[in-house]
Write a protein that binds this ligand. Structure first.
Ligand code: CUA
Length: 350
């Protein structure tokens, strides 16, 4: 009797499990169908990502055909040759040379076929593009991105500006651990490895804002290591470069002025602002944290995890590690007056 009850309970549990899977699976599929998916790799915005898609689709359809044939055969065989009340086992055989050769040769042939465009695409994407190219050195830090345009003399963070219609040749370096740079709409993924310079190219056809993120687990705030690419017309890009090249101007507003003094001279047991950051045109010239000379020109900050609004800046300054676990920016223990003044100052850094 207990055995029957146990079997019944076991079966109910299995059914509940199955129901859960059947419920969760479509949810996952639906999530992938969000109409506005800013990181949708299948709706690309540039020729590099397009080239990767051109490789993806044939490989995908070959995989679909293989899946249907293999799974179909499995279902048909399982159904057709199922035991129908026999008491004896089936006839025992050993091996089938012809079948074994076929199921070894056919996959090998398919893989060889897929390898031709795959290797071709990899080689083509790894080359530095010819012609007029914008060069950017991207340095990954736990957990933010530093961008340096060596030919333009610009250094910035988290928000990457690129002109449309031009190839952007990126050199990837890491300051600490392995990260991976990914802007799904504009190009592929590339690992960022300490002690190595990896390269990749991105290119945008039209102006637009494209989110991306670190895609290699790199510690506590890996999920907060986001980025934003702003693709803009050559004119807007040139204007942006011109703004970036200016030094910071000391503010006239009294509250912002007070904030500047706190930024440059304030000192707490856990550190100082100027001890980690650069604001060109002031005495602050350290490179541990992002260059803040034009922070107010960016729409995001702290590894692009926040929109740059005064309230988000204040939230961040009050306790960085609380909002971004593991952050190297410590909790300074600022008073609310100090936070207000600092936010007022940071908002002048255009
Ligand atoms: Cu950087 Cu994950």
């Amino acid at each position: 009797m207990t055995l029957v009850r146990e079997l019944f309970v076991h079966r109910r549990r299995r059914l509940a499990q199955l129901a859960r899977v059947l419920f969760v699976l479509p949810l996952g599929l639906l999530a992938a169908c969000a109409p506005d998916a800013p990181q949708d790799t299948l709706k690309v915005e540039g020729p590099i990502a397009e080239q990767i898609n051109r490789l993806f689709w044939p490989v995908f359809w070959i995989a679909v055909v293989v899946f249907v044939i293999v799974e179909g055969a499995l279902v048909v065989i399982a159904f057709r040759y199922r035991a129908r009340g026999q008491t004896e086992g089936p006839e025992q055989i050993h091996g089938n040379t012809r079948l074994e050769i076929a199921w070894t040769a056919v996959p090998a042939l398919i893989l060889a076929l897929i390898a031709v465009p795959t290797v071709g695409t990899i080689i083509s994407l790894s080359k530095k593009p010819a012609g007029d190219v914008v060069e950017v050195t991207v340095t990954a830090h736990q957990w933010w991105w530093e961008y340096e345009y060596p030919d333009l003399g610009v250094v910035t963070a988290n928000e990457l500006h690129i002109p449309v219609g031009k190839s952007v040749f990126i050199t990837l370096e890491s300051d600490d651990v392995i990260h991976s740079f990914w802007v799904p709409k504009l190009g592929g993924k590339q690992d960022v490895v300490p002690g190595r310079a990896n390269h990749m190219t991105i290119k945008a056809d039209e102006p637009g804002r494209h989110p991306g993120q670190c895609t290699e687990y790199c510690g506590l705030s890996h999920a907060n290591m986001r980025l934003l690419v702003v693709a803009e017309t050559q004119e807007d890009f040139d204007a942006w470069v011109a703004r970036q090249l200016r030094d910071a101007v000391s503010p006239a507003d009294p509250l912002a002025k007070k904030g500047e003094q706190i930024f440059l001279n304030g000192s707490w047991p856990n550190g100082t602002c100027a001890g980690c950051h650069t604001v060109r045109g002031t005495g602050a010239a350290q490179k541990i944290g992002p260059d803040l000379t034009h922070l107010a020109d960016r729409s995001v900050f702290a590894g692009a995890m926040f929109e740059r609004t005064p309230s988000n800046l204040a939230k961040w300054l009050r306790d960085p590690p609380r909002v971004k676990p593991g952050s190297r920016m410590p909790r300074l223990g600022l008073s609310s007056e100090e936070v207000d003044a600092l936010v007022a100052y940071l908002e002048t850094l255009l």
